[in-house]
Every structure is written in structure tokens, then in C-alpha cells.
Design a protein around this ligand. Structure first.
Ligand SMILES: *Cc1c(COP(=O)(O)O)cnc(C)c1O
Length: 344
């Protein structure tokens, strides 16, 4: 088979949720936006619900509809984008809770879906989503009378444990909410790991569930096998790939495997990445092209049928480091040409 094979380990996903839950002094939700960080939102959400998650978060209402289908009627599904124009039918039909971000959204929600549950997102310094402190001051009495189900904010620098921004945002969040009897949430994966001060009533981990930093005890959730299409010998001094960027330092055997930057294996990966045959490593040589990667397999005894690029030894964060990005982007870029299978 010439397509590459992505294996998603739902048991590892569930174990990561349980491990984060064990660190958390409050309720543990699950963020499943962007198609479950690229891994398939239906299967991911169902596995997380079975592990015990009762609160799910998505970026936009359409994603919430898919989660509702996967987890059934019970769990709460909240939408970070809040209540956007045209969302009312989706929010109503799939029982989604918009996290209101602005005065405009608050008015829209009251007008179009009065009585439907909502939460409130406050900006505590990240300046991305949420009501500003002065807006909250003006709106809070009216908003609280309508019974929000959750008040949340988001940390900008929680993946850096000693960053002073987290303590600063914690202070602001408390000032804005300490006298209120509504459940509160501040932490994603990074904030959960900062400790109990950040837990409030609910944590919202995402990336740690899927095997990414900053949860360094996470189990690997994805394995990616790339079939070898062709193997050739090159003489010392011959070059491989676009731009002649690699020159064989010795007589070498080169395997060409079936995936490239169109499949989320960024062109910037190039040097510094290995492919694996069992535990044996084979360096990527030459440029990553759209559908193909070339690998030096000179030290293998015989040509393998496929080589692994993602596994427990080389994680999404290792690929991210080589490509100058973050594990989140590697996960959410994993291509739709892969044959995908789930193990549970
Ligand atoms: C994406 C996101 C999360 C989850 O963040 P991770 O770093 O993946 O754990 C939580 N809250 C909000 C508002 C987000 O946008």
C-alpha cells in the first residue's frame, strides 16, 4: 500500500486525560478543537468521555455539533468563539454553551437565545478573546442576573513555568471574579501543571491529552509509518533531492518514503530528523519535498517496507523543534492523505 499510515492510540489519549486529572484538584475537562488537535474529533471525544471527561471545549459552534454527535446528550460542550452571528440554531439544536467574549455577543445572545446557557470569557492580559476588565465592570451585574454557567480566562505564558505573566493574570482573574458564586476556569495544560492556585473549578487541557509539551509525562498518542517506495545506491559525492543540499559522504543506500510537506511533514524539518526501523535510526537526507522524503538507510541490514517518523522515541515536539514550530502545529497539520486507524 502506498499511502502512509497514521495510528492513533485512544488508550494513550485516555491515560493522558487520567494522568492530568490525577494532577488536578478540580474538575478536568477536555479541549477537542480543530478536529481533536487533528486526530479525529469523533473518536477522540468519545474516548475522553469514556475516560471520564464531562466538559468539552471547541473553538467554533460547528465543531461543537460534531462533538455532541460523538458524546451524546450528557456532557457540557462550550464554544470559545462565543456567540457569533448566525450561531443561534447550532447552539440551540446541539445544546452548546457559548463563552461570551464581548458586549456585542452578550446583546446578541440575550436577543436571539435568551434563557439558553452561556459562559463568560474575560481577558486578563493576553488580549486575544474576552471582555476587558472595564467592560466586565459595566456588564457584570446584568450578566450575573442571567446566570452564566462558567467564567473563564486564558493564560498567555503558562508553558513557561516561571513566567511572571501567569501570576499576574492569576491576580487579575481573582480581582475580577473573587466575589462571584459562578464556577471558574483559568488553566489549560500549562496552567494545570502550574499547581492548585490555577485550578479553580475546572481545568481545560488540550495538547497534553494528545501527547504534547508542556505535559512531559504524556504518552505518545500518534504513530506514523511511511512506506518505502524505492531504494537506490548512490556513490560517494552524488547528491540527493532538490537543490542538491545533501552530498553522500560515502557510498550510501537511499530510501524514498511516501509522505512530504503536503502531509504536514514541514519542508523546514529536513536535517536533524530520523526515521525509525524498530529502534534503529536512519537520518533524513536532502530536502523534504511535497510527497516524498529521502532517508539514508546505509546502516540497515536490509531495506525495510516502511519507516516510522512519529513514535514514542520521536514525538510531535521533536519534529516541531526541527521545523522551528510547536507540537500543536505538527499535530494539527497531519495530513488527510494518511490512512488512519485507531487502537483502543
Ligand atoms: C486551545 C485552548 C485551550 C487548550 O490549550 P492547551 O495548551 O492545548 O492545553 C484551553 N483554553 C483555551 C481558551 C484555548 O484556546
Amino acid at each position: 500500500m502506498s499511502t502512509s499510515h497514521l495510528t492513533i492510540d485512544l488508550t494513550a489519549l485516555a491515560d493522558n486525560w487520567k494522568a492530568l486529572d490525577a494532577r488536578n484538584t478540580s474538575e478536568t475537562g477536555a479541549v477537542v478543537k480543530a478536529n481533536g488537535y487533528g486526530l479525529g474529533v469523533g473518536r477522540a471525544a468519545k474516548a475522553l468521555a469514556e475516560a471520564g471527561a464531562r466538559q468539552f471545549f471547541v473553538a467554533v459552534a460547528e465543531e461543537g455539533a460534531a462533538v455532541r454527535k460523538a458524546v451524546g446528550d450528557g456532557p457540557v460542550i462550550s464554544v470559545f468563539a462565543g456567540h457569533m452571528a448566525g450561531d443561534a440554531p447550532l447552539l440551540r439544536d446541539h445544546k452548546l454553551v457559548p463563552m461570551i467574549n464581548s458586549v456585542e455577543q452578550m446583546l446578541r445572545h440575550a436577543r436571539e437565545l435568551g434563557g439558553h446557557p452561556f459562559g463568560i470569557q474575560l481577558d486578563t492580559g493576553m488580549n486575544r478573546l474576552g471582555l476587558e476588565p472595564h467592560e466586565w465592570a459595566a456588564l457584570r451585574d446584568v450578566a450575573l442576573r442571567q446566570g452564566p454557567t462558567l467564567i473563564m480566562s486564558h493564560l498567555a505564558c503558562a508553558d513557561e513555568p516561571h513566567h511572571e505573566m501567569s501570576a499576574q493574570q492569576l491576580r487579575v482573574f481573582k480581582e475580577l471574579t473573587d466575589d462571584i458564586q459562578v464556577p471558574r476556569s483559568l488553566a489549560a495544560t500549562g496552567g494545570l501543571l502550574l499547581g492548585p492556585d490555577y485550578h479553580f473549578d475546572l481545568c481545560r487541557p488540550g495538547v497534553g491529552l494528545y501527547g504534547g509539551e508542556p505535559f512531559d509525562e504524556a504518552k505518545a498518542v500518534v504513530t506514523l509509518d511511511l512506506p518505502v517506495i524505492q531504494v537506490r545506491s548512490v556513490e560517494e559525492g552524488e547528491t540527493v533531492g532538490y537543490g542538491n543540499t545533501w552530498t553522500a559522504p560515502r557510498k550510501s543506500r537511499i530510501a524514498t518514503v511516501a509522505a512530504g510537506y503536503a502531509d504536514g511533514l514541514h519542508r523546514a524539518l529536513g536535517a536533524g530528523i530520523d526515521l525509525f526501523h524498530g529502534t534503529q535510526t536512519c537520518p533524513v537526507v536532502g530536502r523534504v519535498s511535497m510527497d516524498l522524503i529521502t532517508v539514508d538507510i546505509t546502516d540497515l541490514e536490509k531495506a525495510p517496507e516502511s519507516l516510522q517518523i512519529l513514535n514514542r522515541m520521536q514525538t510531535v515536539d521533536d519534529l516541531a523543534e526541527a521545523a522551528g514550530t510547536i507540537g500543536y502545529e505538527i499535530l494539527t497539520s497531519l495530513g488527510n492523505r494518511y490512512r488512519r486507524s485507531y487502537i483502543a
